[in-house]
Design a protein around this ligand. Structure first.
Ligand code: NAP
Length: 307
């Protein structure tokens, strides 16, 4: 079994930054990435709030630039699926789809995924009208009416992207006020083909085999309305990709990993960085910061272990 100073699980901005800092500290590193490096940045149209790019940068371009930074450095890359972590600081064993891997420290940077609405037919209609990624699927709905559900940054950002493609967009949100950034709210309100359906929830998904409409219900007066749409894009929050992390690592009520300010989880030797971590601000810039901090803390622990 190969053993590394650090195993970094996830190759989004947090994981790539952690790997970069660790390898530059002279540590041996294995970086696990699912399919392509970049994480959720790849699913983002344009990044407007990453410092240094006042005109914005495409998500894929930033992901490419992160990845290029690792090229030429002695980081072992693996696309194996990590399914478990056993052992203790200085001697962890990761169960992976390519067999066991040893690591003295682990940085969990496995990110988060979009939550489902939990409505009947949601699984059946996934790929048949229901989507969780505007960049991936928006083009299938060119010139057609769609609905977006959610009121956070994802829902607003993805609605802005979709509004340029679709004929009509209903933005359905359960409250009157959005959670997402004011700058996006202002732009959404200026889109002529966006209709806000506020204080409303999606009650049912209609259509077989493909989505034909959604029924929304007003939370104010209980009235219902059927929106004829070919697509429904769901952005109602995220779930942490932390199923493989030992139960001994403390979680918050949403299942996100709790860390101290140095990214240490409650299990010595296991660090968490980026969206998988319990925190207020989920941004690329904070993910990169978490990754750097986790790497420094892991490096310090390795020194203490004389590893
Ligand atoms: P989020 O900020 O947690 O927002 C989720 C939204 O979905 C909320 O508006 C919530 O309503 C609504 N919601 C939750 N459960 C619902 C349900 N069952 N039915 C209907 N609506 C429901 O999630 P997110 O937008 O996916 O963003 C995740 C994190 O990534 C956030 O920290 C966000 O700031 C960050 N992010 C940042 C950017 C950016 O800065 N450009 C872009 C994307 C994401 P309530 O408001 O009523 O709770």
């Amino acid at each position: 079994m190969d053993t590394f100073d650090a195993a970094v699980v996830g190759a989004g901005p947090a994981g790539i930054t952690a790997a970069l800092y660790l390898v530059r500290s002279g540590r041996s590193v294995i970086l696990f990435e699912k399919l392509t490096p970049g994480g959720q940045v790849l699913l983002t149209d344009a990044m407007e709030n990453y410092p240094g790019f006042p005109k914005g940068i495409k998500g894929w371009e930033l992901a490419d630039a992160f990845n290029a930074h690792l090229e030429g450095l002695a980081v072992t890359r693996s696309t194996a699926d990590v399914t478990g972590i056993a052992g203790q600081a200085g001697a962890f064993e990761l169960a992976t789809s390519a067999g066991p891997v040893g690591a003295k420290t682990v940085v969990v940077a496995s990110g988060a995924r979009h939550r489902q609405l939990g409505l009947e037919g949601e699984d059946r209609l996934r790929g048949r009208g229901v989507s969780y990624c505007a960049i991936c699927d928006g083009n299938f709905f060119r010139g057609l009416p769609v609905a977006v559900v959610g009121g956070g940054n994802s829902a607003l950002e993805e609605s802005l992207y979709l509004s340029k493609i679709v004929s009509k967009l209903y933005l359905v949100h359960r409250r009157d006020e959005f959670r997402g950034a004011g700058v996006y709210q202002d732009r959404i309100r200026q889109c002529p083909n966006v209709e806000l359906v506020l204080s409303s929830t999606v009650e049912s998904l209609n259509g077989d085999p493909d989505l034909k409409s959604v029924t929304v219900k007003s939370r104010k007066d209980g009235s219902t309305r059927e929106l004829a749409v070919d697509g429904l894009f769901v952005f109602v929050g995220t779930l942490p990709n932390a199923e493989f992390v030992p139960e001994a690592c403390a979680r918050d009520k949403g299942g996100f990993l709790v860390t101290d300010v140095e990214m240490r989880t409650s299990v010595p030797g296991i660090f968490a960085a980026g969206d998988v971590r319990s925190k207020l601000c989920r941004q690329v810039v904070t993910a990169a910061g978490d990754g750097a901090t986790a790497a420094q803390a892991a490096n310090l622990l390795l020194e203490e272990l004389h590893a």
